[in-house]
Design a protein around this ligand. Structure first.
Ligand SMILES: Cc1cc2nc3c(=O)[nH]c(=O)nc-3n(C[C@H](O)[C@H](O)[C@H](O)COP(=O)(O)OP(=O)(O)OC[C@H]3O[C@@H](n4cnc5c(N)ncnc54)[C@H](O)[C@@H]3O)c2cc1C
Length: 555
């Protein structure tokens, strides 16, 4: 791989486990691959119309295959922008909502579709305007970190120093420069050291934090870095958090104006400029007569060697290849999957995958009243709010002075999400308003609410069972097995032809970039199986996997 980048090159989601330049692969003028004419029009089943499924379907269609997309619930999957009734396009982002600039493969599609973006109103950023941090009953108002008491800067510095103890600076420099040998050498050394250890262990044992009080650790857990508290990730493997910071996923985040669901839905409707085999104007929507097929209920090996898919209505059809993009727990709960399609080692990985819980509760309000300046204090009426109370994170979305605005009253994970799980929408809103009343005793939020609230608990939805993967210590081997499964030449024939992609197959769960990158791996795998090839000047992930793929740890 070349190392032409400079020290100021941007941080991107370039590995670190598999440092393949997916963004360059997508941009290359010669395209991703070509298939023999005999393969053109071959049907490939895609299970799930989320981002991973639709990226794969779109790219396979461009190469001349015929993707057949199955969806059990809503198109877009965890990119779900639910409109408020009567809100004239005002939406609640129920899944992914802030997209780091480092997600270059994801933004390839955002730009292709001509969508607009805006800085996301994260804590202490100019886009938020002001931020309130309320911990242990003490409320601080700030526009930047410098406005907060010294404890907060000490926590930020300790986090930076703790990362330095791991050699973070060198690692990130290698990633910026796309210096693959150096990045691999540095990262692969850390994998066995940190796979077994949690982020809490990392913080508690670091020299930087051990010089400070327990309170510093606690504040790190509540306020964290970038986007909010990280205590709900404390039991996760440190490797997972390290990837987030290394690849810049927690910085420079943007929202998609009008809602991120436009990205998967846009790919469904978009007619690519150049396609092989299909007439101009062909889109996924036109190939499907406008709608996806129903949910999948069974996947089995057909007698002739193809893979048979059964849908909700009992229709059975056979395919040369199948790509499964739903959460892997659904392979044992929603879909009857022939056990022989995967090795027992792979089943172990699929079933041990661990999902995190997440709940969000949104209301639409008449206007962005929080921007009204209180004469007595000179402060905003209300601010983006991080707290140790029930709500945890409250985010404010201004759609312009003449439009109704949106408040995400509460965005919570894990235990805090479980506190909301059994409650109906109005009770969730009431609980959130009660908590916020303790921070803003004089602000009448309820008086501004219009329309019905929108809320979600991803773990309560049978088509998801959780928000996203959060790998535990000791899970690296499972990740590595699932991630590398698209390389099928060495698999027994009985296990070939079924591919996996999506958030939980990636090494960067909870970030859509991982769903896109694993989808592109699967595109390579399917093309390879059907006799296709990448241009010599534009090798694909499979050509480089043996040389720079994720390090394999012994079982
Ligand atoms: C609360 C939350 C917050 C997030 N925040 C961010 C963020 O800020 N930034 C970011 O980059 N990413 C974020 N993410 C992650 C991002 O949303 C995901 O990585 C991405 O949307 C996953 O896409 P996917 O295609 O892998 O899976 P999915 O979107 O889950 O798609 C899989 C599809 O399979 C369907 N399906 C299930 N069962 C069947 C069946 N039997 N037959 C057919 N179809 C089936 C599902 O309905 C679904 O549509 C967040 C996710 C959540 C839940």
């Amino acid at each position: 791989m070349t190392t032409t980048r400079t020290t100021t090159a941007p941080v991107t989601v370039f590995g670190p486990d598999f440092p393949f330049a997916f963004d360059d692969w997508l941009k290359h003028p010669q395209g991703l691959a070509t298939l023999p004419a005999s393969a053109h029009g071959t049907e490939v089943a895609i299970v799930g119309a989320g981002m991973a499924g639709l990226v794969a379907a779109y790219e396979l269609m461009k190469l001349g295959l015929k993707p057949v997309v199955f969806e059990a619930s809503r198109m877009g999957g965890r990119l779900r922008s639910q409109p408020f009734e009567g809100g004239q396009g005002v939406v609640a982002e129920l899944g992914g909502m802030r997209f780091p600039a480092s997600s270059t493969a994801f933004y390839h599609y955002v730009h292709l579709l001509g969508l607009q973006t805006q800085p996301f109103p994260n804590p202490l950023t100019p886009a938020a305007g002001s931020t309130v941090i309320d911990l242990e009953g003490q409320t601080h108002y700030a526009r930047s970190l410098a406005d907060l008491p010294p404890l907060f800067s000490e926590v930020a510095q300790a986090w930076a120093q703790a990362l330095d103890e791991l050699g973070f600076g060198d690692l990130q420099q290698a990633l910026r420069e796309r210096d693959v040998p150096r990045l691999k050498a540095l990262w692969d050394r850390l994998v066995p050291l940190w796979d077994d250890r949690t982020i809490y262990d990392f913080i508690a044992q670091s020299e930087a934090f051990s010089k400070l009080s327990f309170r510093h650790r606690e504040v790190f857990g509540q306020v964290g870095f970038g986007t909010g508290g990280w205590d709900s990730d404390f039991p996760n493997t440190m490797l997972e958090i390290l990837r987030v910071v290394l690849t810049g996923c927690d910085e420079d985040q943007h929202l998609i104006t009008g809602g991120v669901q436009q990205v998967p839905l846009g790919l469904w409707a978009h007619a690519p400029e150049h396609t092989t085999h299909w007439p101009p104007g062909t889109s996924l929507a036109s190939l499907h007569g406008g709608a996806t097929r129903a949910g999948v209920t069974a996947i089995a090996r057909a007698p002739g060697g193809q893979i048979a898919i059964t849908d909700t209505w009992g229709a059975v059809r056979e395919y040369a290849a199948v790509l499964v993009t739903c959460q892997t727990w659904l392979l044992t709960t929603q879909i009857a999957v022939d056990e022989s399609l995967f090795s027992q080692k792979m089943w172990m990985a699929l079933d041990r995958t661990r999902y995190m819980q997440s709940s969000k509760t949104f209301v639409m309000v008449d206007r962005p009243f929080w921007k009204d300046v209180v004469a007595a204090t000179g402060r905003d009426t209300m601010s983006m709010t991080l707290t140790d109370r029930l709500t945890r994170g409250t985010y404010l979305f201004d759609n312009g002075p003449d439009k109704p605005a949106v408040i995400c009253l509460s965005y919570a994970w894990m235990s805090d999400a479980l506190k909301m799980l059994p409650h109906p929408p109005h009770k969730r809103v009431q609980l959130a308003l009660d908590a916020l009343k303790k921070i803003y005793p004089t602000v009448d939020i309820a008086g501004h609410i219009v329309g019905d609230p929108i809320t979600i608990s991803w773990e309560a939805d049978p088509y998801f069972l959780g928000a996203f993967k959060g790998a535990l210590p000791g899970h690296y081997r499972y990740n590595q097995r699932m991630y590398g499964h698209f390389m099928q030449d060495a698999l027994p024939a009985a296990e070939r032809g079924i591919f996996l992609a999506g958030d939980d197959v990636s090494f960067t769960p909870a970030w859509v970039e991982g769903a896109v990158q694993t989808s592109l791996n699967a595109v390579w795998g399917i093309v390879h199986q059907l006799g296709g090839q990448c241009p010599a000047d534009n090798p694909g992930p499979g050509e480089l996997f043996a040389a720079i793929g994720p390090v394999v740890l012994p079982d």
